[in-house]
Design a protein around this ligand. Structure first.
Ligand code: G3I
Length: 374
């Protein structure tokens, strides 16, 4: 039988068996599997929104439906001097989000950390008055939010203002203005963009004290008639903290207030902590010790399996409460991007995110997809 006939017969068998007609299926991704559940987001670093990190960008486009800036909108970056803003990076970030049809969140308008040196002092270095700081906070929020009006869909208006015991963090904002800096921040943000969603964001939200403090805060904002759409539970978790039951209690307590719940900075460290539940206060750091960096050459199989199981438990919890959760954002794309490699101890090798250092999906990604398709 000549080659032509052979090919003809072969193709005919394929058609009959239905193989040839099978169009390769579009691979299911986190974004597609979770599309009708909640946004699945990630924090972007400058290498990504500037276009340099092509592998990271590939993963973002394939897997995620929402983005938040890891650092480029913090006041030290975006407002380095009182009469000078630098929107270079923030503009790139927003343009990247729009070009890829992603839900864009702004992070963060009022935070005690990463503030520019001028914010709390006058030209002589003397601490400013309550009135001056209110004006400065208003100018910052109004300028930044107005610039992205209608483009940034939600804002972390105030970040980490409540301590683990539920009391107010005694930040400069608190000490100079008092607790009303928080409602004022929400008011200014709403005035600048009446359609933007407004959030309160914090870490270690599974602690009962913090939970009660945030509940009281949200109630007070609502009692003042201020817009607050959501509470961000950052979700910087470890292998043995927090207890998932406590995390769920907080999730339910916030949802009970009639606001959306978002998991805003999710990562799961596999490394030993210098102290139990070290939270996520960037100010607390510790000396490097070899014993605290046990997996520099890779994760043992049993540790990897335990890490995967713990992540899966949390995603099962998020899917269980998908009616209350509007977004789950990972605090970075791949393990090499994670702040966890440098905090609370510098120079370590962590494995905190869903994609490995080669930007390949870890087994947890398929487990999440499978869970979402149940
Ligand atoms: O961009 C500068 C670079 O020019 C300079 O050479 C270098 C060395 O000084 O610093 C670079 O800035 C660093 C920045 O990350 C970007 O890499 C800052 O020093 C460093 O402090 C900053 O750390 C960030 C930290 O917040 C403090 O802003 C982490 O990447 C970021 O993951 C972390 O994220 C916070 C959330 O915003 C709020 N919730 C807690 C979370 C973890 O701390």
């Amino acid at each position: 039988m000549d080659m032509k006939k052979l090919l003809f017969v072969g193709f005919g068998c394929l058609l009959l068996s239905g193989c040839a007609s099978k169009v390769p299926e579009t691979p299911v991704t986190l974004k597609s599997a979770l599309a009708d559940k909640f946004y699945i987001g990630t924090a972007l670093n400058q290498a990504q929104f500037s276009g340099r990190d092509t592998e990271g960008i590939r993963v973002i486009r394939e897997q995620f439906s929402a983005v938040v800036p890891e650092n480029c909108m913090k006041s030290e970056v975006i407002h380095p001097e009182e009469d000078r803003y630098d929107f270079t990076q923030a503009d790139q970030f927003v343009a990247f989000g729009e070009a890829n049809d992603l839900f864009i969140t702004g992070h963060c308008l009022v935070w005690h950390s990463q503030t520019p040196p001028w914010l709390f002092v006058d030209a002589k270095g003397k601490e400013v008055s309550k009135e001056v700081l209110i004006e400065r906070m208003k100018a910052h929020i109004t300028t930044v939010v107005s610039r992205y009006k209608g483009r940034i869909k939600g804002w972390d208006v105030v970040n980490e203002a409540i301590l683990d015991d539920g009391s107010y963090r005694e930040s400069k904002f608190y000490k100079i203005i008092g607790e009303e800096f928080i409602p004022l921040a929400f008011q200014f943000a709403h005035e600048a963009d009446p359609d933007a969603e407004l959030y309160y964001n914090d870490y270690s939200m599974a602690f009962e004290g913090k939970r009660n403090g945030v509940v009281a805060l949200v109630k007070s904002l609502k009692a003042k008639g201020l817009r607050i759409d959501g509470v961000g539970m950052q979700g910087h978790i470890g292998m043995d903290y927090p207890a998932i039951e406590e995390f769920e209690k907080s999730l339910l307590a916030f949802a009970e207030l009639g606001v959306n719940v978002m998991i805003t900075e999710l990562d799961l460290t596999v490394l030993p902590s210098p102290k139990m539940d070290v939270g996520a206060d960037v100010a607390s750091t510790f000396e490097y010790q070899q014993t605290m960096n046990p997996y520099a050459d890779g994760l043992p199989e049993d540790v990897d399996a335990a890490w995967t199981a713990r992540y899966n438990e949390f995603f099962k919890l998020f899917l269980k409460h998908q009616d209350k959760i509007t977004r789950v954002t990972l605090w970075g794309v791949s393990d090499g991007d994670s702040w966890r490699n440098g905090w609370p101890i510098p120079g370590r090798t962590d494995y905190a995110l869903l994609f490995d250092r080669n930007h390949q999906p870890k087994p947890i990604v398929n487990l999440i997809i499978k869970e979402a398709q149940q």
